[in-house]
Ligand binder design. Structure first.
Ligand code: PLP
Length: 386
């Protein structure tokens, strides 16, 4: 057995990131400044999108997207139950009502038909989540949304530079929201980005991201000096700062190399585990470029004498860290109590949750680590064969 415990996730921070952060600290620009602007510009260019608003989290980007689209009390917003709670929490923050649509069993992404069925005359927007780094069926989602006059906010927390039918994610929906949290494919410790091709959405989100202070006022009243501003809405404190962007710039430089390692690990897992009858390995769709933020392995029902939790414990005793993505949002106490959701409401999401184990997948893993994960998984599957 391996010596040390293999964590489920670790950030990949090189000397370049460390030096760039040190340079920021020495420069005097420690809050939003030149590096934040450069990071946003480079990110927008890499996504092929007109505007990128750097913020302090993906949660902030999602919240600002909804606000910039005018979503509020009385409105409904549809999303998947198989996501991180932030996706649904931000809907609640606006006073709107979260509505869930079940997932497609194979991709684990929102099922476009279930989305279409969940639409009412109160629906204002949909938030498809590119689960694990695999883009949703965006053609179907966009077509339904346009037909019904709905806004589309992509939660791409898992999916920087993923591709849908040859297009990099970032400019398909009305906005796309990225996360640079510590465990994500690209990190700034904490951080996020909102991308859009819609100038009016960008302008509204930008003003709301910093106290509702209008930049137009600076232009209009420039004769009054740079100290003048006008507050046009009670905005938020969601700005990214240069220490974060310093890391982000150097992470962008290394993105291709980090992505290749994720691809290699995913391919190794699928090759080694795909033949085991107790396991269902994730498969990327033909028309997408999956970026493998997660490797969601699933246990096939009735093939093992232990459950998913037991399987995770067995991996832990073999010094392999894993996680589960996600506890379906509708099953959390707040959502049950406030909106009346209950087990059985979204059977595909619940079945996926009950079967899923996220294996470690990150660039810091070496070949021996990958081999250890494979051996541990196959050993447990063999030992507890039903
Ligand atoms: C991580 C995550 C978020 C939140 O990102 P933050 O940057 O931590 O706010 C939102 N949605 C999904 C699907 C995530 O995995």
């Amino acid at each position: 057995m391996r010596d040390g415990f293999l964590p489920f996730a670790l950030p990949s921070i090189g000397e370049a990131e460390i030096n760039e952060v040190a340079e920021s600290l020495r420069s005097g620009w420690i809050t939003t400044g030149p590096k934040t602007h450069e990071f946003a510009e480079r990110f927008a260019a890499a996504c092929g999108v007109s505007f990128a608003l750097p913020v302090n989290s993906c949660t902030a980007a999602l919240h600002l997207s909804l606000l910039a689209m005018g979503v509020g009390p009385g409105d409904e917003v549809i999303t998947t139950p198989l996501t991180f709670c932030a996706t649904a929490n931000v809907i609640c923050h606006t006073g709107a009502t979260p509505v869930f649509a079940d997932i497609d069993e194979e991709s684990m992404n929102i099922d476009p038909a279930a989305f279409a069925k969940a639409i009412t005359n109160k629906t204002k927007a949909v938030i498809p989540v590119h689960y694990a780094g695999q883009p949703c069926a965006m053609d179907e989602i966009m077509e339904t949304a346009r037909l019904k006059g709905l806004r589309v906010i992509e939660d791409a927390a898992h999916a920087p530079f993923a591709e849908y039918k040859g297009a990099v994610i970032g400019g398909i929906g009305d906005t796309t929201c990225f996360s640079f949290y510590a465990t994500k494919n690209l990190t700034t410790s904490e951080g996020g980005m909102l991308t859009t091709n819609d100038k009016s959405i960008y302008d509204s989100a930008a003003v709301l991201s910093l106290h509702g202070m209008s930049r137009d006022a600076w232009d209009r009243y420039s004769e009054k000096g740079t100290w003048y501003y006008e507050v046009v809405a009670p905005g938020y404190k969601y700005n990214m700062f240069d220490i974060q962007a310093a890391m982000g710039l150097r992470q962008l430089d290394r993105h291709g190399e980090m992505q290749s390692r994720r691809d290699e690990i995913a391919a190794s897992y699928s090759k080694a585990l795909g033949g085991c009858p107790a396991l269902k390995v994730p498969r990327a769709g033909d028309d997408v470029r999956h970026v493998w933020h997660l490797y969601p392995l699933r246990l096939r029902p009735n093939t093992l004498s232990i459950g998913r939790a037991g399987f995770i414990d067995e991996l832990r005793t073999r010094k392999i860290g894993t996680s589960v993505h996600f506890i379906p949002v509708h099953l959390h106490p707040y959502y049950r109590d406030r909106f009346g959701f209950k087990p059985g409401d979204f059977p595909n999401a619940e079945a996926a949750y009950e079967a899923e184990i996220s294996l470690p997948i990150y660039p810091m893993m070496n070949d021996a680590d990958v081999q250890d994960v494979i051996e541990a998984v196959l050993e447990v599957a063999e030992e507890y064969k039903a």
